[in-house]
Design a protein around this ligand. Structure first.
Ligand code: GLC
Length: 502
């Protein structure tokens, strides 16, 4: 109380006696927040088909939490966005967007979420369809989306300092900015950052579509043309001030043809503007002490309830409830770059050991068929769950002992980090973000060569170490307490944005 009085008195005195110039000082503008606009094709909590959405949702939130950025995100308004979420959106208005000879309706909705403003681009012709991708006209859909991002800026009176575009679906936003829009006064200072979450998907189209569909004219053809096609990822790399990958290791790897899916020459030519920043995860969302999806909650200091998670998981998946048999798990898209051919090569040999193996995910039909068949042949040892199921994934992360990610390439990977948070020890191949996040014996096991027997050797090493309960608990503790939050990486993005704005 006394203190408060003193402060008031002091303030009053200053206000009365100080000359005008001094009085003005305190009201001088606080440092303005830098304006960042994320352009992406998906984001949690609204729509997610993979890691991209998690990164957009959690990175934008942690950047906003620094208090230094006005962070906004723009994504398409897919019909798959749940009604409960849509009901919270505000309709801001609409305009018409030109793309070559097209003139398309563009509705704008918005919503505040965790300190971030989200915008949704509405056009039922393009986005009122199940799922997000896989349509014959995806090129046109995301060209419309990217063009809309630039067109809504005057409507919102929001011109970002940095427009941060993610993956090929947002590549055209950077391309249009640097070809058509940057000559207009309001757009001229917008810097473009392009993040590659996976170089495999580049947005490649026939050159015939250049003018008619993408509305890119002769003088700019050289920016997007690559190997006799349109390559939107290449165009964004050429146009942006900086581009990044989701781990430092992947930034190195994609200079090499083995990883670059044909783009290595472009990456090397533009190396001077390439940065690698490791993704984080939402450590509040993935918290074994609070996660309501788990059969029981536990902490890094007391893993005793993890045994409950394990035995309930075994029961749920019709596996024998054996507490001392290690469960090796995979939660993955069932596609070849996830290293599944290594698994199919040695799994029957591995299943001779005292282990249980659980797999969750959907993907290529031949992997789905192979694993379903394996589950029929080894019902006591192998559980195949050919679905995309968030609830079950958390039950698997928490109830398993060992988490396998033998990827051939992995831009970052989030599952190995999530597994760690739940005290499940990753066995990973040393590539991309797996290399950057998992350190042998510190928080997991790694192997170098893409070789099935190298992988099996390391899994067997982990299975044998698992029997030494005391050492294994220490390993679980180290894994669960590894800092995978955004705190480090958000600072790196912060430095990158500021560097771009110099
Ligand atoms: C892509 C990558 C994955 C990465 C995710 C988020 O899905 O394949 O490795 O973790 O994007 O950046």
């Amino acid at each position: 109380m006394a203190n408060r009085k003193t402060t008031n008195a002091a303030t009053k005195t200053t206000a009365k006696t100080a000359p005008k110039t001094t009085v003005k000082k305190p009201s001088a503008k606080p440092q303005e927040k830098k304006k960042i606009l994320f352009v992406a094709s998906e984001s949690t909590p609204f729509i997610a088909t993979g890691g991209l959405a998690e990164v957009i949702g959690s990175l934008s939130k942690s950047l906003a939490a620094t208090g230094k950025f006005d962070v906004r995100v723009v994504i398409p308004l897919y019909s798959d966005i749940k009604k409960e979420l849509r009901d919270k959106f505000t309709y801001l208005g609409n305009l018409y967007v030109h793309l070559a000879w097209r003139n398309q309706y563009c509705g704008i909705f918005s919503c505040e979420q965790d300190g971030v403003t989200f915008y949704f681009i509405d056009n039922e012709f393009y986005f009122k369809r199940p799922g997000c991708y896989g349509y014959f006209d995806d090129g046109e859909r995301f060209a419309f989306f990217s063009r809309s991002v630039l067109e809504i800026m005057p409507f919102l009176n929001f011109y970002p300092d940095v427009m941060h575009c993610h993956d090929w679906q947002a590549a055209l936003a950077a391309i249009y900015l640097k070809t058509n829009y940057c000559f207009r006064e309001e757009y001229q200072f917008i810097r473009a950052l392009f993040t590659i979450h996976n170089i495999e998907y580049q947005g490649q189209y026939s050159l015939d579509l250049l003018c008619d569909l993408f509305d890119i004219f002769g003088e700019y053809r050289y920016l997007v043309e690559y190997k006799n096609s349109i390559n939107l990822m290449k165009g964004a790399i050429e146009c942006c001030e900086k581009f990044s990958t989701v781990s430092p290791r992947y930034a190195q790897e994609i200079k090499n043809p083995y990883f670059a899916h044909g783009l290595d020459r472009i990456i090397r030519n533009n190396e001077f503007k390439l940065v690698g920043i490791l993704n984080g995860i939402d450590d509040v969302g993935y918290n074994c002490a609070l996660d309501s999806h788990l059969f029981a909650n536990f902490t890094a200091d007391d893993f005793s309830n993890k045994a409950v998670c394990k035995s309930e998981l075994q029961k749920m998946l019709n596996l024998p409830q054996k507490p001392d048999t290690p469960i090796v798990a995979m939660v993955s898209r069932l596609v070849s770059h996830k290293g599944l051919d290594l698994v199919t090569n040695v799994i029957e040999e591995l299943l001779q050991d005292d282990i249980q193996f659980v797999i969750l995910g959907t993907g290529d039909a031949h992997f789905e068929g192979y694993f379903s068949d394996l589950a029929r042949r080894y019902p006591d040892k192998f559980s195949a769950n050919i679905v995309f199921n968030g609830d079950l994934s958390r039950k698997i992360y928490s109830g398993s002992d060992i988490f396998l990610m033998p990827s051939k390439s992995e831009p970052c990977g989030l599952s190995q980090m999530i597994a760690c948070r739940y005290g499940t020890i990753p066995v990973v191949r040393e590539t991309g973000g797996l290399y950057d996040s998992i350190k042998p014996l510190e928080n997991g096991y790694t192997f170098t060569n893409y070789n099935a027997h190298d992988m099996m050797y390391v899994i067997r090493q982990a299975v044998s170490d698992y029997k030494n309960k005391e050492e294994w608990s220490k390993l679980m503790y180290r894994a669960a307490t590894t800092d995978f939050s955004w705190s480090h990486s958000a600072k790196e993005y912060e430095a990158l944005y500021l560097d771009m704005l110099k």
